[in-house]
Design a protein around this ligand. Structure first.
Ligand code: GLA
Length: 725
């Protein structure tokens, strides 16, 4: 039993293989948090302490007991207005204008299986793999009913949390803030690890001591965005990659979010993950519900590496869905950096021919194939094939490409409209705009109001009529701006940011249902919507518009803390690199791109004969290692922000096969030798380097490391495959 309820003391016990979570309903009906961390056996209510704390108020019903204060006690779902002055998980504005909601325990239910969330992505599991706990809390005065949902995946060491808010009162209320998870710690001093970034430089790791006050990150951009990823780690101050305690929180949502970490006046810590409170005032009429998106929680007492591995498994096996959850991904060549907007059918056919000769599986026709779209100033919304530009119909083009033995994929950006488009001329009111004001432009385009079903239906039909024109086996779903003008002509204001994201999910779900064999790849100016919510619909996401191999090392390193390699779209592009101007060898570019769903983003015609041969070899190698990369355990061996080299490894789950990748970052005269220490091998087994034939004990490579060659080359890279004998 992963979930239990001990009647005496009214204790909830949530246990996974290596972790435990405890809560208690106290004598006043408040739901107190007791513990989350490594596996324990007791109730853990002995951790609660009560002292008279000046200026920390006491609930009315505790009478003269000044030692009972919600301002100090650890709570499961803290609310504004009841004497807890720390950050709140929930703020409800009542009909009388007050901000208060006094939540007390009503009841609970324990169920087999993992709960799902209507219209929202959520972790799923087979019936025997998970249990669900639903705890109902209510506010007598307003009638607000709050159901806390807990999913426990015992073997996976994962606990998920979500919340359903329901107005069961007679007056309307407005939800001003709603988190799905709160974690209170009565003790500990921690570091906060978060992942900041910008377009073409996503997910840089920042590790800082959590000090008194609130550390907050989030998004008001309408998407999870490049700026901060909706996933964080709280680690003991001395936690490393391989040792120490750490907690991860991953928000399964692709829109505005807010994460807060507060160290309070008593050196206690509170973490909150949930909806962004700005641009959000969610009116709830009588009987109406709001589902707060899920947060995935995980704890590891074996450092950051083990934490990442658990998130990778959870996301890959319990969040990604469909045929391509488990199927090998095609090696694709994307036309974007090869041709940008300047192509016709012949260009694509030529690309397909050279692609076929290299052994690449698929060609993806990126932006520029529809409406009037010679640059990024027009055409979005007009999802009609520009046959004049292609010189043929889409069906003919696909047939010709297929005739070369190459599959076909296509780029779309369904959420957008250009002012210079037929769609906008006909339906200017379909764009998100604030009446009486000029809109904010981003990449010279506006955002369609995807909170509206009629808008989505229209675009859905247009997109389907494209996908029905031939054998399209892959779709890249892009989203190329932040949302500024939050106002809908139809959706109630205050609900728009949330309903927009639900609209995107609804569209994606319909697409998946209708075309289960199409591989969807998410994208938002590269990795601007690289989040667990999207991975429920698109098993891979274009990791960054930056294809520079050295920058990618850092971007992929940051991405690896939560997201599995199977989710990371990563391509070899031409040099000098289009984003940085840097030139790195084809070999190094290949090694870096092999840390994800592999492909190319260049014109093969521009390669030399020698390079073409090298590409063929890269593809051959990738294919032989694809499963190891997609499903193996991933190990970070160094920190690219500080080390002289970046190294990582994939090890098959049974330990029989491993792939070590190393890129040297520093070059100096008379170079010192770098010894890379491996991880995850069987210590007592012998492994053979498949290329050199040399044999090593696993322990030797893990304890003493492997010396890397010293070569007179810029950023040389090494890939060593090891097979257990
Ligand atoms: C975004 C994507 C690119 C490319 C362009 C097309 O920037 O991230 O990969 O598809 O749009 O306009």
């Amino acid at each position: 039993m992963a979930i239990g309820f001990r009647q005496e003391g009214r204790i909830f016990t949530l246990d996974t293989k290596h972790t435990s979570y405890r809560m208690k309903v106290d004598e006043y009906g408040f739901l107190l948090h007791l513990y989350y961390g490594g596996r324990v056996y007791g109730n853990m209510d002995y951790l609660l302490t009560c002292y008279d704390r000046g200026f920390s108020g006491n609930p009315w019903d505790v009478g003269n007991d000044r030692t009972y204060s919600l301002d100090v006690l650890p709570q499961e779902y803290p609310v504004m207005g009841v004497g807890d002055f720390r950050n709140s998980a929930l703020i409800v504005r009542n009909a009388d204008g007050s901000d208060c909601c006094d939540l007390r325990y009503i009841g609970h239910e324990i169920k087999q299986g993992k709960y799902g969330l209507p219209g929202l992505p959520a972790v799923y599991a087979d019936a025997g793999e998970a249990e669900t706990l639903e705890i109902t809390l209510g506010d007598k005065v307003s009638g607000m009913c709050v159901t806390l949902l807990y999913g426990v995946l015992e073997e996976a060491d994962i606990i998920t949390r979500s919340v359903v808010l329901e107005n069961r009162g007679v007056n309307n209320v407005t939800v001003e803030k709603a988190a799905s998870a709160c974690l209170d710690f009565v003790t500990g001093s921690f570091d906060m690890l978060s992942f900041y970034g910008r377009h073409t430089m996503e997910r840089n790791l920042q590790r800082e001591e959590l000090r008194h006050g609130t550390y907050a990150i989030g998004s008001r951009r309408g998407t999870s965005s490049h700026q901060y990823n909706p996933a964080v780690i709280l680690a003991d101050r001395n936690t490393t990659e391989d040792a120490g305690g750490c907690y991860g929180m991953v928000f399964v949502y692709s829109g505005n979010f807010l994460f807060e970490a507060e160290r309070d006046q008593y050196d206690q810590t509170r973490l909150l993950m949930g909806m962004q409170s700005d641009l959000f005032h969610y009116p709830l009429e009588q009987g109406e519900k709001l589902v707060v998106p899920e947060t995935i929680l995980c704890y590891s007492d074996q450092g950051l590496g083990a934490l990442s591995a658990r998130f990778h498994d959870c996301i890959r096996e319990h969040l990604c869905r469909g045929k391509f959850r488990d199927a090998p991904r095609p090696v694709l060549l994307n036309s974007w950096e090869a041709a940008y907007f300047t192509f016709d059918g012949q260009t694509l056919l030529k690309l397909a021919k050279s692609t076929a000769a290299l052994g690449i599986d698929m060609i993806v026709m990126d932006d520029g194939w529809f409406g009037k779209r010679e640059d990024d100033n027009s055409g979005l919304g007009d999802w009609q094939v520009n046959e004049k530009k292609l010189g043929c119909t889409l069906r003919e083009l696909i047939e010709q490409i297929n005739g070369e033995g190459v599959k076909f994929g296509i780029w779309i950006e369904p959420e957008m409209v250009s002012e210079d488009s037929e769609l906008y001329r006909q339906h200017p009111d379909w764009a998100l705009r604030i009446p009486g004001r000029e809109p904010v432009r981003g990449r010279n385009q506006l955002v369609l109001d995807f909170s509206r079903a009629d808008v989505r239906d229209y675009i859905f039909e247009q997109i389907c009529s494209i996908l029905d024109q031939g054998k399209i086996e892959y779709v890249k779903w892009d989203m190329n701006r932040s949302i500024a003008d939050v106002f809908s002509g139809e959706t109630e204001q205050g609900k728009v940011t949330y309903q927009y994201v639900l609209g995107v999910y609804d569209f994606l779900e319909r697409l998946l249902q209708k075309y289960p064999d199409i591989l969807l790849e998410g994208c938002s100016g590269g990795g601007g919507r690289f989040d667990a919510g999207m991975l429920y619909y698109t098993p891979q996401i274009w990791c960054s518009d930056n294809t520079d191999a050295l920058d990618r090392l850092r971007i992929q390193y940051g991405t690896s803390f939560f997201y599995p390699a199977s989710a990371v779209g990563s391509h070899v592009s031409a040099v000098p690199n289009h984003q940085t101007g840097r030139s790195v060898s084809l070999h190094t570019r290949g090694v870096v791109a092999m840390a994800g769903a592999f492909g190319y983003e260049l014109d093969p015609e521009k390669l030399t004969a020698e390079e073409r041969e090298a590409v063929r070899e890269q593809i051959r190698q990738y294919r032989s290692r694809e499963e190891l990369i997609r499903r193996g355990r991933y190990y970070r061996l160094s920190d690219p922000f500080t080390a002289a080299y970046t190294a990582w490894m994939f090890v098959s789950k049974d330990g029989s096969r491993a792939l070590l990748s190393v890129v040297m970052l520093e070059m100096h005269g008379n170079m010192t030798v770098s010894y890379v220490k491996l991880k995850g091998l069987d210590a007592a087994s012998v492994y053979r380097d498949t290329e050199s034939g040399r044999r090593y004990y696993g322990a030797d490579l893990m304890e003493a490391g492997l010396p890397m060659p010293v070569e007179l080359k810029a950023y040389p890279a090494y890939q060593i495959e090891l097979i257990r004998e």
